[in-house]
Design a protein around this ligand. Structure first.
Ligand code: PGA
Length: 296
């Protein structure tokens, strides 16, 4: 089995079709089919099966795809790490959750670039589920997000406080209150990020802890859109203070002083356990560590 065949299989799994994989790889469909057939012959079990007009992976194919993703990712990581160690230009491949990518990482990257101008930087921004997927597939060397997922191969190092606050339109009737019972906001419409978002997960945990069964929920797929929606009175939301500090300062949004908030969380540098961290990612990790609050 070759790396090329595995790479092709990863694309088939992602695209869900031979045609989609061929388009992603800029090759012909027969060459994709030939790679899949060759893997099937070598492994001895069916990897894909017909599904209407397309194909889907068999359980064996699903299992192979999980490993293939990591093998392909690890091989490209190995090539980059060796080039870097041999004096070649470094490449920091970073992935950040939406909130961190928008509000936390830019100043840190500016500092990193001024210290290490020779290192090329790519930052992919996605929600928590995307970020975890990129790390596991080794398509990123380092990630920044909320706490590491439980029972995963990902470890996390907290480097910055991440208070989460509940905000609403500036003239919300509760905005002047000094202490608000959680039950008082259960009747509000809650603006919630998309499934896969860490902020959404945290909001749902807060509801469960406080016994809040929200009367109505509106899913809105970005922090920016949620802030605009909250500002015009569409609902309340829980959000990282890093994402709303400008609006709280300008007065376009108000913080609701709900008991038990702000939630005290941290931003974490996330990386795969038992996996070498390429040099440029290590340099960025060191910069994050230098920011970590000192435990007293
Ligand atoms: P999110 O992630 O931007 O996907 O909501 C935030 C987090 O992981 O805490």
């Amino acid at each position: 089995m070759t790396l090329g065949q595995l790479r092709t299989f990863v694309e088939v799994a992602r695209a869900g079709s031979v045609g989609g994989a061929a388009a992603a790889l800029f090759v012909t469909e027969p060459s994709v089919s030939a790679a899949v057939a060759s893997l099937r012959r070598e492994i001895g079990v069916a990897l894909v099966e017909r599904d209407g007009r397309g194909i889907r992976l068999t359980p064996a194919g699903e299992e192979l795809a999980r490993y293939a993703e990591q093998i392909v990712g690890l091989s490209s990581q190995a090539v980059r790490a060796a080039r870097e160690a041999g004096g070649g230009p470094g490449h920091l491949r970073l992935v950040g959750v939406t909130t961190a990518g928008e509000y936390v990482l830019p100043p840190l990257l500016a500092e990193f670039r001024s210290r290490y101008p020779q290192v090329q930087v790519s930052l992919e921004v996605g929600n928590r589920a995307t970020v975890i997927g990129r790390l596991v597939a080794r398509e990123a060397d380092l990630a920044v997000g909320g706490r590491p997922p439980a029972e995963s191969q990902i470890s996390g190092e907290a480097f910055l406080d991440n208070p989460l606050v509940i905000v609403a339109r500036a003239d919300h009737p509760l905005s002047a209150r000094r202490s608000i019972a959680a039950t008082a906001i259960a009747g509000e419409t809650w603006l919630l990020r998309e499934p896969g978002s860490g902020t959404r997960e945290t909001t749902e945990e807060l509801w469960a802890r406080k016994g809040i069964a929200p009367a109505s929920v509106m899913t809105v797929g970005s922090n920016g859109a949620i802030k605009q929606a909250a500002a015009v009175g569409l609902g309340v939301t829980l959000m990282s203070k890093h994402a709303v500090s400008a609006e709280l300062e300008s007065g376009s949004l108000a913080q609701l002083r709900v008991k038990g908030t702000p939630l005290r969380r941290s931003w974490y540098a996330l990386h795969l356990e038992r996996t070498p961290i390429p040099r440029s990612a290590q340099l960025f990790l060191n910069l994050l560590r230098s920011r970590a609050p000192v435990a007293t």
